[in-house]
Design a protein around this ligand. Structure first.
Ligand code: NAI
Length: 259
């Protein structure tokens, strides 16, 4: 059970507390943030990643706060591993967060890199969603899946052809799965962050090029991981119960920047 001081002043989103929530790629960045958020909302979180020791550390910290979290090793590009994990955990909520990015001119993109991006960002997302839904379909309560896409799935930037193509595929996959699985009570939505400031890109955004990029964002700011909290919880909770096939964009207006 969450410690009272962890949930104080936080809205309680119906359908989250007590549910089993699985997050992929939870060893760093947004995945670790999402796992923490869901644990704070009273979910029983399964924080998965390829590097077990990283999610073990995360879960130990959450457990020390009285929150429910368990670590699990999971590579989203290993279908048998994914299916076994979903059969064992039977999550009610899934955050399909694991992803890889790659930046280089399209003329220099190798077949190996293209495969790696497709394997994780498209096939991995599909495998996780399919294995989760195979279990959810047998439950009256259904389930909710959020696929983490990107504004690069809707518009493009230079040097990210493989990544942008993969996130565009995630958006269309989300719609296709939402259509097929609505009859089973399974909702599938996409969350599309704009540029989010993390430890990894802080230096870039402090540079002239980074500052110029921020000036092109209508709200003149970068995103922060916590900007995604309300949108993610809406998509997963009962308050979003009629939402499926949606792409929830959280980007300070970047997608609607002036052409
Ligand atoms: P990150 O690199 O910190 O997180 C990605 C996570 O996915 C890592 O923990 C990584 O180990 C994991 N991962 C990669 N391949 C995996 C595999 N085969 N199996 C399991 N886990 C695997 O980056 P970040 O920023 O936290 O990204 C999380 C998601 O958010 C990604 O899908 C990314 O494309 C998306 N995103 C991030 C934005 C940002 O500005 N940070 C903006 C838009 C989307």
């Amino acid at each position: 059970m969450p410690h009272p001081q962890d949930t104080q002043h936080r809205p309680i989103w119906p359908g989250i507390a007590g549910s089993i929530a699985l997050v992929t790629g939870a060893s760093s960045g947004l995945g670790a943030h999402f796992a923490t958020l869901l644990a704070e909302q009273g979910a029983q979180v399964v924080a998965t990643a390829r590097r077990l020791e990283r999610v073990e550390t995360l879960c130990t910290g959450l457990q020390a706060r009285g929150l429910a979290a368990r670590p699990m090793a999971l590579d989203v590009t290993a279908p048998a591993e994914v299916r076994a994990a979903m059969a064992e955990i039977a999550p009610d909520l899934v955050v399909n967060n694991a992803g890889v990015s790659h930046s280089c001119p399209a003329l220099e993109l190798t077949s190996e890199t293209l495969d790696a991006v497709i394997d994780t960002n498209i096939k991995g997302v599909f495998t996780v969603a399919q294995a989760a839904a195979a279990n959810m379909r047998h439950r009256a309560s259904g389930g909710a899946i959020v696929n983490v896409a990107s504004i690069l799935g809707s518009r493009v930037a230079g040097q990210v052809a493989a990544y942008a193509a993969s996130k565009g595929a995630v958006l269309q996959m989300t719609r296709a799965l939402a259509l097929e699985w609505a009859r089973h009570g399974i909702r599938v939505n996409a969350l599309s962050p704009g540029y989010i400031e993390t430890d990894l890109n802080q230096d870039f955004f402090a540079s002239d090029a980074g500052q110029a990029l921020i000036r092109r964002v209508p709200m003149r700011r970068l995103g922060r991981p916590e900007d995604l909290d309300g949108p993610l919880l809406l998509l997963l909770s009962d308050l979003g119960r009629a939402m499926t096939g949606a792409d929830l964009v959280v980007d300070g207006g970047h997608l609607v920047s002036s052409l």
